[in-house]
Design a protein. Sequence first.
Length: 231
Amino acid sequence: MAGGGSQGEKATAASFERARRAMVMEQIAARGVVDPRVLGAMAAVPRHAFVDPSLHDVAYDDRPLPIGFEQTISQPYMVARATELAQPKPRDRALEVGAGCGYQAAVLGELCNRVFAVEIIPELAARARRTLAELGYSNVVVDSFDGAAGWAEHAPFDVILVSAGAPRVPPLLVDQLADGGRMVIPIGPPHEQELALIRRHGDAYETSYDTRCRYVDLQGRFGVGGSPPEA
């Protein structure tokens, strides 16, 4: 039947849409995120679809939420700020490391041509893949392995966004930036991280720091507890 969906379903969808608009205006734009494309993407991606139904009532609160396996979906403001720092463009190829449930990958999917997302926990990768497919993000590919070494098969990337905190910049990851590419990664010990923005200019890299943050720990060889690379 045309215009399918019960009145209750339509009311719920409208409620989520209002909550999403309020999230963008009150939690993101009000805190200084100004890129209209980023604000539009945050308004378009249904955050509630990436969390358990028991958390739908708080899906648009400005806080991380549990997604299982001691992982979280990031705070909306941090997703927006990290995305704005990365300056994604419509023709860009993007890599996300630490995809979790797929929310940040969906935001990048709204802004980039192709997105490659890596999640080290297979169950979360499968969930992210399923949710993204249900929402129609055909330009996002999700796989499960140690993404701290990047995804050489699809490199170089215009944007690399790491959605987990690392004690140092993974060297194999930053090498996969295209010339002119941008990587955003939370750097520092647990509870004392800062969002770092790394820009590649030929063989040189420029690093600046933005807001303090607290992400879950990056797992894998170059993550928290991993061995630093040998000189």
